[in-house]
Design a protein around this ligand. Structure first.
Ligand code: SAM
Length: 244
């Protein structure tokens, strides 16, 4: 079972036990993975469902059985990242999807230089799907439309523990804060990472006014694509070592 390939499907592609594969998925299974008629693979619906599936022919495959999986973090994580230059957000999506992020909110901050096109959003969603397949996630993280920081702040779950990563200053370390969140039974975290030029004082002020705790990721300045990976690694380390 472990070696079987995974592909993500849209919910409408699964009707009862019948799976209707797209032309792109057939190409991927047949030409890229070299599977043949009768071979088995795993489909994931991006919402937590996994099924052992057999390819019949062309677009037709059939579900053999549901698979119980347990690869998700026990805490939901929304990552708000100010959009870095170039392909930086792609790196963030790929790396932090592997680490267990639940939802992305791309942020247009005062110092954001990138103005993303709708095609970028489609590309980010495809990268999230690929990374979720490869890392054996049960869900595919959602990627929201990019939002200005002020609007993003108003859109958040009021029950979530919120942490704002700031590269300089005397803030407590994120690890210390996460341990406290975990002991308090937090079920949802919001982590915010700034752009290459950092958050402006005004952006920090409005975030703190809506309940964000400023935190440090250590004594060195991390790139805006490295910081989210470090933050998610700390979340995974804290929540996945409970009772171990
Ligand atoms: N030019 C900014 C400065 O001098 O403050 C540095 C920005 S840093 C390249 C990009 C983002 O990564 C920051 O806004 C912050 O969210 C995060 N970051 C980088 N290093 C960090 C650290 N040591 N602690 C907390 N956050 C950090």
């Amino acid at each position: 079972m472990v070696q079987l390939q995974r592909i993500a499907i849209a919910p409408h592609q699964l009707q009862g036990r019948q799976v209707d594969l797209s032309a792109e998925q057939q190409h991927y299974l047949g030409r890229v993975l070299r599977l043949r008629r009768g071979d088995r693979f795993i489909i994931i619906d991006g919402k937590g469902g996994w099924w052992l599936t057999q390819w019949l022919d062309g677009p037709n495959a059939t579900v053999l059985e549901a698979i119980a999986a347990d690869t998700e973090l026990p805490v939901s994580v929304t990552l708000c990242a100010a959009l870095p230059k170039g392909g930086g957000f792609e790196e963030i999506v790929r790396g932090t999807t592997e680490l267990g992020v639940t939802r992305f909110v791309p942020v247009l901050s005062d110092r954001t230089l990138l103005k993303p096109s709708p095609q970028k959003l489609t590309r980010w969603r495809r990268i999230a799907t690929e990374a979720a397949e490869l890392s054996e996630r049960q869900i595919v993280p959602e990627i929201a439309d990019p939002l200005p920081w002020g609007e993003a702040l108003n859109s958040f779950d009021s029950q979530a523990d919120r942490y704002l990563c700031i590269a300089r200053g005397e803030s407590p370390h994120l690890l210390t804060c996460l341990r406290a969140s975990q002991l308090d039974g937090a079920t949802h975290l919001i982590l915010a990472i700034g752009p290459e030029g950092g958050w402006t004082p005004k952006e920090i002020e409005i975030a703190v006014n809506t309940g964000f705790q400023p935190v440090s990721l250590g004594s060195r300045i991390l790139r805006s694509v490295t910081a989210p990976v470090v933050a998610l690694s700390l979340v995974a380390a804290v929540w996945e070592t409970i009772n171990h």
